[in-house]
Design a binder for this molecule. Structure first.
Ligand code: PHE
Ligand code: FE
Length: 293
């Protein structure tokens, strides 16, 4: 799940569906069953044997590449998702997660509006899309599906510091909505939660969900000489646009989850002010002041 979202209303039952951009693709989830906070029931019985088999293949492919590329905290927690051979029941997963960090996962029909997303995070409830991609989308799916949301995001919610960061992000999102600064805050999510790298004694590792659930970008983000890798810099990140249809041109590297939490703890009101004045940067832009890895 991520907050790159845009309203697209067109039904008069339940809540309004949400789709990416101005595209004419219909929303994939069933929004008519969603509650006012956009959560719904998982309907585990509705998954077919083919769905579970596809989940197993996705899980296998990603798990096989984690060693040496994913951060240790992620690798340690993947097993907590449950049996790798079928889509987990959210209720059972939530029990384990709640015991670890007080978080739970809740089902949603698909993309949800920013405010609803922030609110759930601030309540330590992580929204997970119910539907699974189709077999022909094995390598790439445009919108987040249940595999991306679970495999990519949930393992790190077992880490206490990262779990607190996600809640703080949600509360910060509600505030950013009032300050009309959601675009800046969305970039922070993008370059940390979705595409973040972390420096460890053993070398660079991935912790971002968009990388960890991707067939090709995991290797690319950590090993390819092509992209630039820059030290975490809050205001630099908030100024930097991002690509949604290709591998990232720039990744930002944190030293620790504590650094991420501490750097984002101060009041962002003056930060947004400065970022607005400093102006936007293209995804591949370079600055003198960048700390390169
Ligand atoms: N400190 C931020 C604020 O005052 C809130 C925040 C915390 C945002 C963590 C993102 C991540 O707005
Ligand atoms: Fe995501």
């Amino acid at each position: 799940m991520d907050p790159r979202i845009d309203f697209h209303s067109g039904i008069n039952q339940g809540v309004a569906p949400v789709t990416y951009g101005q595209g004419d693709r219909p929303p994939r989830g069933d929004y008519s069953q969603a509650r006012a906070d956009y959560t719904c029931d998982q309907d585990w019985a509705a998954y077919s044997a083919a769905d579970h088999a596809l989940y197993r293949r996705l899980h296998e492919r990603q798990s096989a590449q984690l060693a040496g590329l994913a951060c240790d905290e992620f690798i340690a927690a993947v097993a907590q998702l449950g049996e790798p051979d079928r889509i987990p029941r959210f209720e059972q997963l939530s029990e384990r997660l709640h015991r670890a960090t007080g978080w739970e996962v809740v089902a949603v029909p698909g993309l949800i509006p920013e405010e609803a997303f922030f609110k759930l995070l601030s309540q330590r409830r992580f929204p997970v899309t119910g539907w699974l991609r189709r077999p022909e989308e094995f390598d790439y799916v445009v919108e987040p599906d249940v595999f991306h949301d679970l495999f990519g995001h949930v393992p790190l919610l077992f880490n206490p510091v990262f779990a607190d960061y996600m809640q703080a992000y949600g509360a910060g999102g509600l505030k950013a909505s009032r300050l009309q600064a959601c675009e800046y805050l969305a970039r922070l999510y993008w370059y940390t939660v979705e595409f973040g790298l972390i420096a460890t004694p053993a070398g660079l590792r991935a912790y971002g969900a968009g990388i960890l659930s991707s067939a090709g970008e995991l290797r690319h983000s950590v090993l390819s000489p092509q992209p630039q890798r820059l030290g975490f810099d809050l205001e630099r990140i908030m100024r930097t646009r991002y690509k949604i249809d290709s591998f990232q041109a720039t990744y930002f590297v944190i030293d620790s989850f504590d650094q991420l939490f501490d750097a984002t703890a101060p009041d962002f009101t003056p930060v947004y002010e400065r970022v607005g004045q400093a102006g936007e940067l293209e995804a591949e832009e370079r600055l003198e002041s960048d700390r390169r890895f």
